[in-house]
Design a protein around this ligand. Structure first.
Ligand code: SF4
Length: 453
């Protein structure tokens, strides 16, 4: 629940006219504060107690938590809506692979490497897993520390979750990788919370909290918060798929709709413990990815499990308000010469990759002119007045293509045959050729066009 400016006004010192915050009144300052347009520290007249109250009110309903450091760090939480269409989802869940210290060392190495190396290029993006979840299954802290060290040696940048039944083993794992790596330590429970606060509270690494119900989770997060431990990730302990999905929904709803701070944290989920075969595990992972899982822990990484999951994640966590677009420019495909034809289309990412892939498959050298239509597809951009004879003509004139090729053929999408006349008027000296209606038609169309050249 976003805080209202009127709630903040009640807490302001009301020194009318002092303007030390840069605003004419406390009211104006509070209103700006509520929308994130200024910092609470801008008012020097707030007592420590009131400042804390204001900061509490302004805190995001789901705390952002970062695991790992550097470019590969995984930031989860800080979400604002229940449903993507209400605004957008901001931080995609981290996908992790479980590696235990009792597994064969070759298997451990394969899994840790796969977390980085199993990659898929999809609509111009690299999709992959994000974390290794290292579990002490042996109960031997030396063995666990050995696994953690090995993981760091294999991939120093890979964010880690360290998972053990006792605080001492977690400490051994933390020492093995170094707290600067900011691993997530799993888990604080009702049984070990006092020990966790005294031994891990000052480590400045995120802690996972596990309990058998949401009420018990709330008790633990409250106690940790009172002890000054803020970066928490929660696991309600459910290990049946639909129970787990239900808990995720209840947690998100409590945090966003009721403003219930003790559950205002991202979550960690374990599809790997909900299934005994890859298909059911994928089903659980999919359900939890769709419904708010912050970390999704898989038992292994295989292409047929990871690929659908990362594509689904990309689709859910792209901003529905921002069309996916590629850079507007001239792309050179199949090493075009100064006599290669030009194909023109929009910068909607899906259009670009469909057309570019088809052109590349023909092996016919060609220039692909991608016009900026703000990421809209061919017909949508035409309807919006962004892709027509006038705009296309202007783009071609400014693109520099006339210096690259002497071939004066421009192929336009078959769906927009109607703009040919306008484009001919804009580009005298060019022949405007109507291309196929679908990208799939390029495979026969382009070789034929090149043969006629
Ligand atoms: S500095 Fe503080 S007290 Fe002064 S106007 Fe701004 S909000 Fe009010």
């Amino acid at each position: 629940m976003a805080v209202k400016g009127t709630d903040l006004v009640k807490l302001m010192p009301k020194k009318q006219g002092c303007k030390d915050c840069g605003f004419p009144t406390c009211f104006a300052f509070a209103m700006k504060l509520a929308t994130g347009g200024t910092e609470v520290s801008a008012c020097p007249h707030l007592s420590d107690e009131v400042r804390e109250q204001v900061e509490e009110l302004l805190a995001p309903p789901i705390r952002p938590v970062t695991i790992g450091t550097g470019e590969k760090a995984v930031l989860i939480g800080d979400e604002e809506v229940m449903y993507r269409h209400e605004k957008t989802f901001f931080h995609q869940p981290g996908i992790g692979v479980l590696v235990t210290d009792t597994e064969d060392p070759n298997e451990q190495e394969r899994k840790i490497k796969a977390a980085e190396e199993m990659q898929f290029i999809w609509i111009g993006r690299t999709l992959k897993a994000d974390l290794a979840v290292l579990q002490c299954a042996s109960g031997d802290k030396g063995k666990f520390a050995g696994l953690v060290k090995r993981a760091v040696e294999i991939n120093d940048a890979l964010p880690l979750v360290l998972m053990a039944d006792t605080i001492d083993i977690l400490l051994a794992g933390l020492e093995a990788c170094g707290k600067d790596k900011k691993p997530l330590l799993y888990a604080v429970t009702k049984e070990n919370i006092d020990e966790a606060i005294s031994k891990l509270g000052g480590a400045e690494v995120p802690l996972a909290v596990k309990a058998g119900s949401l009420e018990k989770i709330a008790d633990l997060t409250e106690k940790l918060k009172e002890a000054g431990v803020q970066d928490l990730v929660i696991d309600p302990g459910s290990r049946k798929m639909w129970d787990a999905v239900r808990d995720q929904i209840l947690i998100r709803r409590a945090a966003l709709k009721q403003g219930f701070k003790p559950l205002g944290y991202p979550t960690i989920t374990f599809p790997c413990q909900m299934a005994d075969n890859p298909r059911t595990e994928l089903a659980a992972a999919t359900a939890l990815l769709t419904r708010y899982g912050g970390i999704i822990c898989l038992s292994d990484l295989s292409e047929d499990v990871l690929f659908p999951l990362v594509v689904l994640r990309m689709n859910i966590y792209t901003d529905p308000r921002v069309p996916m677009a590629v850079e507007a420019k001239i792309y050179e495909l199949n090493q075009p010469t100064d006599n290669s034809p030009v194909l023109l289309t929009t910068n909607f990412a899906l259009t670009y990759f469909s057309v570019a892939n088809e052109i590349e498959a023909t092996k016919v050298p060609a220039y692909l002119a991608i016009q900026d239509t703000e990421g809209l597809s061919v017909l949508t951009s035409w309807s919006a007045g962004k892709f027509n004879g006038e705009t296309a003509g202007e783009f071609i004139k400014k693109s520099g293509i006339e210096d690259k090729t002497k071939n004066r053929k421009i192929v336009i999408p078959g769906l927009l045959a109607r703009i040919r006349g306008e484009l001919e008027d804009e580009l005298p000296g060019w022949e405007i050729v109507i291309g196929p209606r679908e990208a799939a038609g390029i495979s026969s169309f382009l070789p034929e066009l090149a043969g006629k050249a």
